[in-house]
Design a protein around this ligand. Structure first.
Ligand code: G3P
Ligand code: MG
Length: 250
């Protein structure tokens, strides 16, 4: 039998995607604070390694879109990343909002009572290192508390995370789940399946329900779309518009 550790907290219907990236700069502490103020129970954020091997919250492999830096995240030192502005590209009002480390994000989540879905987002070539480092740091940062759900598009990253953290709740992330999704979840003892909301079909939802696997879908910013997904059996959605889809709206 395959053991599938779920986080010791109920999956909320709505999880703030990139901490609620339509209302605040994505993957920032400002986003977490707003998610908590709006009553969200959980946030999702992306984590990538710096050149020093430290996990930072950022989605893209390069700094250009979301910060005032440029070039690959994996080539930037912690000293460089700590000086970047991750707010003003979103809106001048957010000037001065920094790029958070995983350690800072975990501390704020715990202080605000937010649950987390940590998405391991490895730069190409750093899959195993990112998976192992993020898993170790998650265990450390959430020691004594309910662990976050840790997910990734990278099977290699998830395998590395599992190798260092046998009890860590894992989620397999795909755009469209492959036909052998259940075998892949079982091999990792993963608890949840995450996929693109436009790619989820009813056969998948029925099979997941029968297997006791919650399905989480990204990215849902429309209320009617969210309601339809819940009616079809989706367990939770990731949303940028946490003003439109508040916690418990389902
Ligand atoms: O984890 C769900 C979602 O965040 C996956 O897509 O590209 O926004 O990280 P992306
Ligand atoms: Mg993500």
């Amino acid at each position: 039998m395959v053991t599938r550790p779920l986080p010791g907290w109920p999956l909320p219907a709505v999880i703030a995607h990139r901490c609620g990236g339509a209302l605040t700069p994505e993957n920032t502490l400002a986003g977490m604070r707003l998610a908590a103020r709006l009553g969200l129970a959980a946030v999702e954020f992306d984590v990538m390694l710096s050149a020093d091997g430290t996990p930072w919250l950022i989605h893209d492999e390069t700094l250009d879109r979301t910060t005032d830096g440029c070039g690959p995240v994996s080539a930037a030192s912690d000293a460089v990343l700590s000086r970047l502005d991750a707010g003003r590209h979103f809106h001048p009002a957010w000037r001065g909002e920094g790029l958070p480390t995983l350690t800072e994000a975990a501390a704020l989540c715990r202080r605000l009572g937010l649950r987390a879905n940590v998405e391991i987002k490895p730069a190409a070539g750093f899959e195993a290192a990112t998976g192992a480092t993020v898993a170790r740091q998650v265990l450390d940062c959430w020691r004594g508390d309910h662990l976050p759900l840790v997910s990734s598009f990278s099977g290699v990253a998830l395998e590395a995370a599992r190798a260092v953290a046998p009890d860590l709740p894992l989620g397999c992330l795909w755009t469209r789940p492959p036909a052998d999704w259940r075998t892949r979840l079982d091999a990792l003892a993963a608890a949840t399946l995450h996929c693109d909301a436009t790619q989820v079909d009813d056969a998948l939802l029925a099979a997941a329900r029968a297997a006791g696997v919650p399905v989480l879908c990204y990215t849902v910013n429309d209320v009617a779309h969210g309601r339809a997904l819940f009616q079809r059996g989706v367990a939770a959605v990731f949303s940028d518009r946490i003003d439109r889809l508040p916690d418990g709206f389902a």
